[in-house]
Design a protein around this ligand. Sequence first.
Ligand code: PAF
Length: 221
Amino acid sequence: MVVHTRADLAAARDGLKGTVGVVMTMGALHSGHETLLRAARERADHVLVTVFVNPLQFGPNEDFDRYPRTLDADLEICRRAGADVVFAPSVAEMYPDGQPRVRVNPGPLGEDLEGQSRPGFFHGVLTVVLKLLQLTRPDLAFFGEKDYQQLTLVRRMARDLDVPVEVVGVPTVREPDGLALSSRNRYLSPAEREAALSLSAALRAGAGAADAGRDAGAVLA
Ligand code: PAF
């Protein structure tokens, strides 16, 4: 079932008896998301998927307008993966008063790594994640390890703000050549895609060096 409003979501949620697992997405679903859905299916009696391109987590020069929106194909994937409810709200439904004045502050980890190059990004992510947790009231929430900083911050938020949900991390799904599956990979030119592979290759080389008992300098190199 697909619902677009808070009222319809609340009614659909009330109809789900037993445990509920939520998978939050921005749509453009691929097999990485399917793995999240399967993990949710295994652990929870019901699976609820959210599809919402959250304007709060896009900077002024980022790709909010051109971010891929493929709802029909997403619904087909959700149906195949056995999702019970898909919540696909509009921006006005999620932010009826416009941009929220109060946002979740991710603390120091939100300023580091990805937060350093994308100021305000994790404020936007945690704010929408908290809103979606309140609206969907899940027992379990599944997030990909691909976005490890996001996963860590969502876990921290649930713990620090007493949100009654178990946050479950799901291993990254990769292309055969090692590239992590991501909706934004479709923007990469062949040369950029080739360059992006150096990340997984470097991680694997570092892991190999660590397994071989080499020191920290060798792992970093
Ligand atoms: O990982 C994502 O797709 C987004 O950051 C999320 C968690 C759906 C919040 O908009």
